[in-house]
Design a protein around this ligand. Structure first.
Ligand SMILES: [Zn+2]
Ligand SMILES: [Zn+2]
Length: 179
C-alpha cells in the first residue's frame, strides 16, 4: 500500500492537541499523511434536542457536501460533541466509505468523562484507536471478530482500550490488497 493522503476537518471547536495526535501518529504507524486541515462549523440540523446529542450521519453528509471539490479521497473529521446514530445510545465515530468521509468524537474518550483523572497518554491512544478504526472503514474494512484488532466493534471504552490501534494480520492483508 502506497502513501495515503488524508484531509482532516475540525468540526466545531477542536483541541489543537487532538489534531496533533492524529497528524503525528498516522505517518509513524501507517503510511498515512494528513495533507490538509479544514475547519467547518457543526451543522445546526444535526442537533437532536431530545437526546442532546448530534446525529453523526447528518454531520458526515454536511462535510461531504461542503468539501464538494473533494481535496482528498479520504477525509477524517473530528468533533468534541457527543454523536449518535439511530438505534445506538452513542457512537465513538462513523464512516461512509461511499463518500470517503468519516468522523470521530472525543467526547467519550477523555478519562474525565468516566470520573477518572486527566491522562494524556490514555486519551492519545483512544483518539488514535478510533481514528484508525474509521479510516479502516474508509479502506473498506468491515468489523473484525478479533477483540484485539482495531476493527473490532467498540461498544464501550473498555473495548477501545483493550483492542488498541493496530490491525490484526487478516485485516492488514485486506488493506494491502487495496490498490
Ligand atoms: Zn466500525
Ligand atoms: Zn482484524
Amino acid at each position: 500500500m502506497g502513501k495515503i493522503d488524508i484531509c482532516l476537518v475540525e468540526v466545531g471547536k477542536v483541541d489543537e492537541q487532538t489534531i496533533e495526535i492524529i497528524e503525528r501518529n498516522f505517518p509513524i504507524y501507517f503510511n498515512w499523511n494528513i495533507k490538509e486541515i479544514f475547519k467547518l462549523p457543526i451543522p445546526a440540523q444535526s442537533f437532536n434536542p431530545k437526546r442532546k446529542q448530534f446525529h453523526s450521519s447528518t454531520i458526515i453528509l454536511f462535510i461531504s457536501n461542503s468539501l464538494s471539490k473533494k481535496p482528498c479521497k479520504f477525509v477524517i473529521s473530528v468533533t468534541e460533541v457527543d454523536l449518535y446514530v439511530e438505534g445506538l445510545n452513542f457512537v465513538f465515530g462513523e464512516a461512509r466509505p461511499d463518500l470517503g468521509v468519516c468522523i470521530i468524537s472525543t467526547y467519550r474518550l477523555k478519562p474525565e468523562y468516566y470520573g477518572e483523572s486527566k491522562d494524556l497518554k490514555i486519551f492519545e491512544r483512544r483518539v488514535l484507536t478510533e481514528a484508525v478504526h474509521e479510516i479502516g472503514h474508509l479502506l473498506n474494512l468491515k468489523h473484525c471478530k478479533d477483540p484485539n484488532c482495531v476493527m473490532f466493534f467498540s461498544n464501550s471504552i473498555f473495548d477501545t482500550d483493550r483492542k488498541g490501534f493496530l490491525f490484526c494480520d487478516r485485516c492488514k492483508i485486506k488493506i494491502t490488497e487495496i490498490k
